[in-house]
Write a protein that binds this ligand. Structure first.
Ligand SMILES: NC(=O)c1ccc[n+]([C@@H]2O[C@H](COP(=O)([O-])OP(=O)(O)OC[C@H]3O[C@@H](n4cnc5c(N)ncnc54)[C@H](O)[C@@H]3O)[C@@H](O)[C@H]2O)c1
Length: 343
């Protein structure tokens, strides 16, 4: 049994990680400021974390210091972060403050209180400008957008704490994550959550692209298997969490529609730029955003090698896309109906 701190524990990934670690008989301590997470994510058949979670910002130094002093953690899973690309692009100082400074705050508390290791949630978005596929851990063309830049910078600090103090950190670069608890209620949900919600509302999902762009989607339970396995590492490591397979957004949309029994409704397509016009702050003069950058982001191809995860940790993703989509649809439809969305 270990005592484990999980930041971002009310979010999509953090909540399920907390549940898994709890079921494996660890003592879990959860922190989230609920800037994105939700209470619903904290309720499981055999556990309810709503009353025990600390509703705090990881940047609250007084609170975090007293928490580390009191709890004597073995491991920190640092999952909290500002994830939506538009939010990071609109408020870069805040994105840097949470994603970079927040990570350094945790690293420094780990150093100060002698925590054994940290596992850090990074992203495949750091490969935004890579041209060779599948992307491998030791080759990153420096990213251009704010979100991946913050994560890539935070990775550098993880490395700096390993170099200077020998604190083991495993950086996990997640591909596109999907599964139960994916957010389908927020204004701009991830693509699967969005498609499921529109289908349930009887609308045609609108893709701001041709839908032909291919991405690497990893099921959340497979991700968590690996997140648990890497906690055995005693050194610094960077690990892609991916299937090394790609699927187009059109195929995803069609699979979801088939699962929801609305295949004949179809999909609408819109100009890529229209997606971003919802964020007028990005187009303000004198420096309106480079539209090509946004277009590249929407149309980008992602495929991450998972050879290192397989060789170093004996991990392999187990969930087929069909099974993963079925479980995701089942969960989202239930949650959306509970929230009064759709019939
Ligand atoms: N979902 C994906 O496809 C994906 C892909 C790559 C990387 N990631 C990374 O994985 C992590 C989890 O992603 P997710 O999809 O679960 O996102 P999420 O938004 O559901 O969860 C992030 C959680 O962090 C919390 N948080 C944000 N700022 C905080 C702060 N200052 N203090 C305390 N809590 C704070 C939010 O309230 C939220 O509950 C993120 O760091 C994200 O960048 C996610």
């Amino acid at each position: 049994m270990s005592k484990i701190l999980i930041t971002g524990a009310a979010g999509f990934i953090g909540s399920q990680l907390a549940h898994r670690l709890y079921r494996e008989k660890n003592e879990v301590v959860l922190v989230d400021d609920f800037s994105y997470g939700s209470e619903d994510n904290l309720i499981f058949e055999d556990a309810d974390f709503r009353s025990s979670i600390h509703r705090k910002d990881i940047r609250d130094l007084e609170f975090m210091n007293s928490l580390f002093q009191k709890e004597n953690f073995d491991i920190v899973y640092h999952i909290a972060g500002i994830t939506p690309l538009p939010d990071c692009q609109i408020d870069p100082p805040k994105a840097v403050d949470v994603n970079v400074r927040g990570t350094v705050i945790l690293l420094d508390l780990i150093r100060k209180y002698g925590v054994k290791k940290m596992i850090f949630a990074s992203t495949s978005a750091v490969y935004e400008n890579n041209k060779d596929f599948p992307s491998v851990e030791d080759h990153v063309e420096k990213p251009s957008l704010i979100y991946p830049s913050t994560k890539y910078t935070a990775e550098q600090y993880c490395r700096a704490y390993w170099d200077a103090y020998g604190i083991p950190v495993v950086v996990l670069r997640f591909a596109n994550v999907y599964g139960p608890h994916i957010d389908c209620l927020r204004t701009q949900p991830p693509v699967m959550g969005y498609i499921i919600r529109e289908n349930l509302l009887g609308n045609k999902p609108v893709l701001h692209s041709t839908g032909d762009q291919e991405r690497d989607f990893i099921f959340v339970e497979d991700l968590i298997d690996l997140a648990v396995l890497v906690s055995k590492s005693e050194k610094y490591d960077t690990v892609n969490v991916s299937t090394n397979k790609t699927v187009s957004i059109n195929t995803i949309a069609n699979m979801i529609a088939a699962e929801m029994g609305c295949s004949d409704r179809g999909i609408d397509y819109a100009d890529t730029s229209h997606y971003w016009y919802r964020y007028p702050a990005l187009y303000e003069k004198p420096y309106p955003i480079n539209e090509k950058l946004l277009e590249n982001e929407v149309l980008k191809y992602t495929c991450l090698s998972n050879g290192h995860a397989k060789e170093a940790y004996g991990w392999t993703p187990k969930t087929s896309l069909e099974e993963g989509i079925r479980k995701t649809v089942e969960f989202c439809v239930r949650e959306l109906k509970k929230a009064g969305v759709g019939k």
